[in-house]
Design a protein around this ligand. Structure first.
Ligand code: RRO
Length: 312
């Protein structure tokens, strides 16, 4: 029997798989489908203080090797998700889940975090510092000073387990700089990475951008993202304090993809584009494939190969 359990802080999960925020987690029906799936946990859609309709459609497109989206943070508001997780916790007291929160301003980030702090939510909170799709708003974590300002403010009052969702970084100096900042805080985890912001895809017949918002610019996910996600997980694992866990997200379509993110140092693994395309039954397939890969390599649990990437 293989042991797929994994931990973040004091929480243990039956397996490392979960959805990426934004996929299959908008409302009760989608979240209930996650509960019914083989995933080890789940996260709710990034929630703002008030509900938001998001950007005009079309705002998502499937691509040959992934997806492009500019959803624009459509969500039902923090109260909706707090209600959902309260009901969930009452029914599943032993099973931890994640709530994702986000603000489009500094004050809103703090306000929405206060709502979680003041609630009975007993799971893990992920603050999204990397939404690429709100017109006029930069991705917070690309601004080190703003990141410090938000984390300073959050940790002045937030006492529940907290992690940050990061955008992809591309330069080793950026990894050094961001890891040095993150290591200053009692973070339970980081989640790397969000979609690759502000890509552009064009319809070959009509020469038109595939999605409507922001002149066609949107976040790229799926197979396009995998090598960048592997590098981000690896680079942060090499730089972060060992007690900061890593959720690896980007380009997971097979059990081998899950295995490789763990090989780079991931403690949990999220599925975005492929979950959107295949539905929550993907988790059972990924678990079967992950177990087959572990058996092929002679491993019986995740710590045996976590971070064990070989280099030449
Ligand atoms: O809602 C979105 O447009 C969105 C968000 Br908040 C995010 O963090 N990442 C993404 O690809 N889309």
């Amino acid at each position: 029997m293989l042991d797929l359990t994994t931990t973040i802080g004091n929480y243990t999960f039956a397996n490392p798989l979960m959805n990426a925020s934004g996929v299959n987690c908008f409302d009760k029906d989608e979240l209930d489908a996650m509960v019914a799936s083989a995933s080890g946990s789940m996260v709710t859609k990034s929630a703002t203080v008030k509900p938001r309709p998001g950007n005009p459609e079309p705002r998502y497109a499937d691509l040959t090797l992934g997806s492009i989206n500019s959803m624009g943070l459509p969500n039902l508001g923090i109260d909706y998700y707090l209600d959902y997780v309260a009901t969930y916790q009452a029914a599943h007291p032993a099973d931890a889940i994640f709530m994702s929160i986000v603000g489009t301003t500094f004050d809103d980030n703090i306000a929405v975090a206060h709502r979680i702090q003041d609630s009975d939510f007993a799971g893990l909170t992920e603050i999204n510092l990397s939404c690429p799709n709100v017109p006029g708003e930069p991705q917070t974590a690309y601004d080190p000073a703003q990141t410090v300002k938000i984390l300073d403010a959050l940790f002045s009052f937030f006492t529940k387990p907290l992690g940050v969702k990061l955008p992809p970084f591309f330069d080793l100096a950026q990894f050094d700089q961001m890891a040095a900042i993150l290591n200053r805080y009692p973070l339970a985890f980081i989640n790397t990475m969000n979609s690759i912001g502000n890509g552009l895809m064009i319809d070959a017949e009509t020469d038109t951008a595939l999605i409507k918002p922001k002149g066609g610019f949107g976040g790229i996910g799926g197979a396009y993202a995998k090598p960048i996600a592997l590098a981000n997980v690896r680079a942060f694992r090499q730089r972060l304090n060992s007690n900061i866990r890593i959720i690896g997200t980007g380009g997971v379509h097979t059990g081998r993809d899950v295995y490789e993110l763990i090989l780079c140092g991931a403690d949990m693994v999220q599925v975005g584009t492929a979950l959107h395309q295949e539905g929550p039954q993907i988790f059972a397939r990924l678990l079967t494939e992950l177990q087959a890969e572990m058996t092929r390599k002679g491993y019986t649990n995740l710590p045996e190969f976590r971070g064990a990437l070989k280099t030449l």
